[in-house]
Design a protein around this ligand. Structure first.
Ligand code: ADP
Ligand code: MG
Length: 990
């Protein structure tokens, strides 16, 4: 093996750098790599993009005796790279399929003649026997494998030709080898070394730390919570930013949210947009005309706007590597920038689903094999159309067959690729299925790493560096949320003072102390000592009931707030459970006042009348509520009846229990008569003297009912006990009407103060309403139902997020028309379930449950969409898309007719007809199949020349049908074409 010890001397390397390249200093990692390499060791260098990996082999080539053979898949970059070397006077060349045959041979001759020091070749060259023989005649002293991760079958960029490199290496006499990559997890590094056959290669992994990025993860329990986090983030973050969304529909939706709710001009970008639109958006973003872009992972290659101040992920990507690559687009200028992830444990299911649905089955593999055996010249588009496999799945199937040597992509001299296909034996198939399964398991393990990053309490930067195997220090200005929380914890936070603040700390304390973890609902039950089955087994736990007396729903809301503000985190996708975060840990240690969202009116427990009394009262109350008589309660609880009556008297006094439930009307009348006779309720003894047969407790019950207790203590103002303005206004309006009906002044119905208390407490049950001071049993009887209904209606006072989620958002439809709109997305998929939007629900009922009357409502929605978009031309005619199967009822043309009536525009039902039957598009599984299904299937039967046409359909999915129809209509030369559908789904959701 060559060893040029002189050159390992730093001075000699530095001199070569200056002499050949004119650079003053090595960049981090370059010199170390050169020393290892020139010292004679095969070397694997993993450094991020732009770190200067090429320079390593360029300097090495100049110092080593023979030539360097560089295998690189980036054909487009070869010429530039070689040009820049020859400009510096360094003898370099490249050989790939873009070069004429004669020129290729000339360059090879130069190489064997020792006239070049660096030759770049495309990996498919390595397949050519002639080329390999020619190489043997040359003196290759360094083999460079650029983008070395392409050797990994499971990577994102697998190149089957890379598998030939090991053979070439042996044929060349095992020259010194340098493998370079920017993206390799520790596992892929192992694989590279193994597949290239370089067992004792030195590894150098460096440069992954980006000290100016702050890493943060915010956990959201559901979509609404995510949008709230997003709103807060966007409201207090400045500067240009990129939001990455997991699906195309999410990208569109989040952009709309940013516009409508945060009032930020945001654009969306995904692979469903046409090339022109994508290029325009990219340019606009680079030029600074757009400063917020919401995109799928289709956005980013070649995006190097330096001043991106944040990259926010609206869901987890499938690997930490992809995450880091995307997040790394923030702060290219070296100034502080944020890399933020909004994480919902459900995200995981969506990614798992994607992995699974991209995994070809045994039958899929057979289908692809069979098809290619018959049609070796097929393009991917053809494979998709013929097999119905979606793009990614088809590609994975082909790769798997190639990797197993069953298929090879030969170079066809005429049109690109041609497959050579060997027979597929059962044993081969078994092996391939096994490998595909292993790949799936591997993808899942990568996903698990991503989830680990999202859920960790460790330093997030360290987690990332470890993932790549970069052992350098995780230094940073501001490191990550976890570290910041640990630092902030040491700083002085104001101590918790209010009941709510203490309840928050108690919650954290309990979560920390539990040796098992509970989900939100169970934790709320646990804390409030619920008698529910769900937590029965924990009753003896010392922390059980740590917040007894608080309303369970308040505690559940408190837990949500603690998750939202990062003190607790939810982990695990099936039934997420709660854990303390470093921020929570720090707050707990400092006993800090946690400032929570003022969204919840947290009601502290009713003040206890003495220790233990609160819960004994509660028990009596629960039994009474369950319908037991005082006698039954007494025997059940093993207490004197008098004691139970005295409990009940207190409960009645506070309006919690109704007198009528406890004391018979006749007895009530006797007591009231005695009270009247005595003339005062200050002392009970004189009353009792008149009622020898009636227990003190019973007398107390009646007296308390007629003289309700004042609030025991002013409710400590906690998180926010402010009345909900919306609810209050609704209550006052109702009271005004009611007062008119009864012909009494409004305060007789309820005092202002009572209404305010109701509006603050927003009771949901009769019991909760009774607990509001000023609402006694009689008022409960009369008005309870009305009040509860009002509160329930307004109680979910639509905040900006809820309102956003509730209303439909028309979606633009891309295609060859003047304009196209859908009323809304059809449904949302959150990794767990599809939920239909309001319009989606109507469409479903209209089409599948026979509610044909809904055509009118849907046509109304169309008509108002058109009315709101004044820029659209008025239509002269409406044309419905004909149904795929001839059937009795045709929902689309019924809709068209309803719309026509509303607009006063004629419907041309027979204008567009089918020339042949087609299958319903939803049976087609790949885009290519959908296109093929409708290609040439329409004909135009009417004269539409010069007409303004409105083309309508029920659903926009891939757009294949509408695009085909539009093409046919265009031949009739209409003046304009506008397309309307009810809903939109996005076919390939990535
Ligand atoms: P990578 O392959 O790691 O993504 P490149 O090899 O393409 O990165 O290098 C990126 C840029 O950095 C190139 O323009 C290169 O000329 C430049 N570069 C590399 N090393 C140095 C250095 N030591 N000093 C100055 N510029 C350098
Ligand atoms: Mg490179």
């Amino acid at each position: 093996m060559p060893s040029i010890t002189a050159a390992t001397d730093p001075a000699a390397l530095g001199a070569a750098l200056r002499r050949y390249f004119g650079f003053d200093h090595f960049r981090p990692g370059q010199e170390e790599a050169l020393r290892t390499l020139i010292g004679g060791a095969h070397t694997l260098v993993v450094m991020p993009t732009g770190a200067g990996k090429s320079l390593i082999y360029q300097v090495a080539a100049m110092l080593l005796p023979g030539a360097a053979l560089v295998v690189s898949p980036l054909l487009a970059l070869m010429k530039d790279q070689v040009d820049s070397l020859t400009r510096r006077g360094l003898p370099a060349t490249y050989i790939n399929s873009m070069i004429a045959g004669s020129e290729q041979r000339r360059r090879l001759t130069d190489l064997t003649a020792g006239k070049v020091k660096i030759v770049l070749v495309a990996p498919e060259r390595l397949r050519s026997r002639a080329f390999r023989d020619a190489l043997r005649a040359a003196r290759i002293s360094l083999l460079v494998v650029d983008e070395a991760h392409c050797v990994s079958e499971w990577g994102h960029d697998f190149r089957p030709d890379y598998l030939h490199i090991a053979d070439v290496w042996r044929e060349l006499g095992q020259p010194l080898t340098l493998a370079l990559t920017a993206t390799a997890t520790v596992q892929v590094q192992d694989e590279i070394v193994r597949l290239l056959g370089l067992p004792n290669a030195q590894r150098l992994v460096t440069g992954f730390n980006r000290p100016n990025l702050l890493f943060e993860v915010f956990t959201a329990v559901n979509q609404a919570a995510k949008l709230e986090l997003l709103r807060d983030f966007l409201t207090d973050t400045e500067g240009p930013g990129i939001i990455y969304a997991g699906t195309r529909s999410n990208a569109e939706e989040v952009a709309t949210f940013a516009q409508e709710v945060v009032d930020l001009p945001a654009a969306y970008y995904h692979a469903g947009l046409d090339m022109g639109a994508r290029a325009r958006l990219q340019d606009a973003f680079m030029a600074g005309d757009i400063s917020l872009i919401v995109a799928t992972n289709a956005f980013g290659m070649g995006i190097d706007r330096p001043d991106v101040r944040f990259v926010l992920h609206y869901g987890i990507p499938s690997t930490l590597e992809a995450y880091y690559q995307e997040a790394g687009r923030a702060g290219r200028d070296g100034l502080p920038a944020r890399a933020c992830l909004l994480y919902s444990p459900k995200d995981r299911s969506l990614q798992e689903w994607l992995i699974d649905s991209n995994t070809p089955t045994r039958t899929d593999l057979q289908k692809v094999h069979r098809y290619l055996a018959q049609t070796p010249q097929a393009a991917f588009e053809d494979i998709e159309a013929a097999t119905g496999l979606p793009q990614v799945k088809a590609r994975i199937a082909v790769e798997a067959l190639e990797a197993a040597g069953i298929m090879g992509r030969g170079l066809s001299s005429t049109t690109g690729a041609e497959f050579t296909v060997k027979p597929l034996r059962d044993s081969d198939l078994d092996a391939i299925v096994g490998r595909v399964g292993a790949r799936q398991a591997y993808r899942r393990s990568l996903l698990a790493k991503m989830v680990e990053y999202a859920e960790t309490s460790r330093c997030r930067r360290r987690v990332i560096l470890d993932y790549f195997g970069d052992t350098g220090p995780a230094d940073a200005l501001l490191c990550c949320d976890n570290d910041l929380a640990r630092i902030a914890g040491a700083a002085s936070a104001p101590p918790a003072k209010t009941d709510a603040e203490r309840a928050a700390l108690t919650t954290l304390q309990v979560v920390k102390g539990l040796r098992f973890s509970l989900g939100r609902d169970k934790l709320a039950k646990f804390l409030t000592a619920s008698k529910s089955e769900a937590v029965a087994r924990y009753q003896r736990h010392p922390a059980f009931g740590a917040l007894v007396g608080w309303r369970r729903r308040d505690i559940a809301a408190l837990i949500d707030d603690l998750v939202k503000s990062g003190y607790l985190k939810a982990v695990g996708s099936e039934l997420p459970t709660l854990l303390l975060t470093p921020k929570g840990e720090a707050a707990l240690q400092a006993g800090a006042a946690i400032s929570l969202q003022p969204s919840q009116a947290l009601k502290p427990p009713r003040p206890a009348v003495g220790n233990g009394l609160a819960s004994t009262l509660d028990e009596t109350r629960e039994l009474a509520a369950a319908g037991l008589t005082p006698d039954e309660i007494a025997s059940r609880r093993n207490l004197a009846v008098g004691t139970i009556y005295s409990h009940l008297a207190q409960l009645i006094g506070r309006g919690i229990v109704s007198l009528d439930d406890v004391v018979a009307p006749g007895v009530q009348a006797q007591v009231r008569a005695a009270v009247e006779q005595v003339g005062s309720t200050q002392y009970l003894a004189p009353i009792k003297a008149l009622l020898p047969d009636i227990d003190y407790g019973i007398i107390r019950c009646v007296v308390n009912a007629d003289n309700p207790a004042p609030p025991a203590a002013p409710a400590p103002s906690v998180v926010s006990a402010a009345p909900d303005a919306d609810v209050l206004a609704a209550l006052k309006a109702w009271r005004r009407d009611q007062a008119q009906v009864e012909n009494v002044p409004p305060y007789v119905i309820f005092h202002d103060a009572t209404l305010e208390r109701i509006a603050a407490a927003r009771p949901q049950t009769r019991e909760e309403l009774l607990a509001v001071h000023g609402v006694g049993p009689r008022k409960m009887e009369r008005y309870g139902a009305d009040v509860l209904r009002l509160v329930a209606l307004r109680g979910t006072a639509p905040d900006s997020v809820a309102a956003f989620l509730a209303r439909p958002h028309p979606r633009p439809l891309p295609g060859p028309w003047l304009a196209g709109w859908a009323l809304d997305f059809h449904s949302h998929y959150d990794g767990d379930e599809h939920s239909r939007g309001a319009i989606g629900e109507l469409v479903f009922r209209y089409k599948y449950t026979g509610e044909v009357d809904l055509a009118g409502r849907l046509a109304d929605a169309w008509a108002s969409l058109l009315a709101e978009r004044r820029e659209l031309p008025r239509a002269d005619i409406i044309i419905p898309i004909p149904p795929s199967l001839a059937r009795a009822s045709d929902p689309v043309s019924t809709l068209a007719v309803a719309l026509g009536e509303r607009l006063g525009v004629p419907v041309l039902r027979g204008a567009l007809v089918k020339t042949r039957p087609t299958r319903p598009q939803k049976e087609m599984t790949s885009l290519a199949q959908k296109r093929a299904n409708v290609a040439g299937a329409f004909a135009l039967r009417d004269d539409i020349r010069g007409k303004r046409v409105l083309l309508v359909d029920d659903l926009y999915d891939s757009g294949a049908t509408l695009q085909e129809a539009a093409r046919v209509l265009a031949r009739g030369r209409p003046a304009s074409l506008v397309v309307l559908t009810l809903t939109k789904t996005i076919h390939s959701d990535a």
